[in-house]
Design a protein around this ligand. Structure first.
Ligand SMILES: [Zn+2]
Length: 75
């Protein structure tokens, strides 16, 4: 299965559409859903996105939760 690294979603702070790239190396895959930090280029706020083993976003939190290893800027 090919994992497409480009993801579309919505910033939980400003609700704008965001685009970002995520790869397996960006997450700690010891358990899922795995947190990754996303910084929105529109409102510059950080949120925590939780992804499953296919790097699909399961849910989001408005602040920085523990366990993430990478901070990704949106495109
Ligand atoms: Zn935003």
């Amino acid at each position: 299965m090919v994992i497409m690294p480009l993801r579309f979603n919505f910033c939980p702070h400003c609700e704008e559409k965001i685009i970002f790239e995520i790869e397996m190396k960006d997450i700690n895959s010891s358990h899922y859903p795995a947190p990754v930090y996303i910084v929105c280029k529109l409102c510059h706020k950080l949120s925590t996105f939780y992804v499953d083993s296919f790097l699909r976003v399961s849910y989001k939190e408005l602040d920085k939760k523990t366990g993430g290893i990478t901070t990704i800027n949106t495109q």
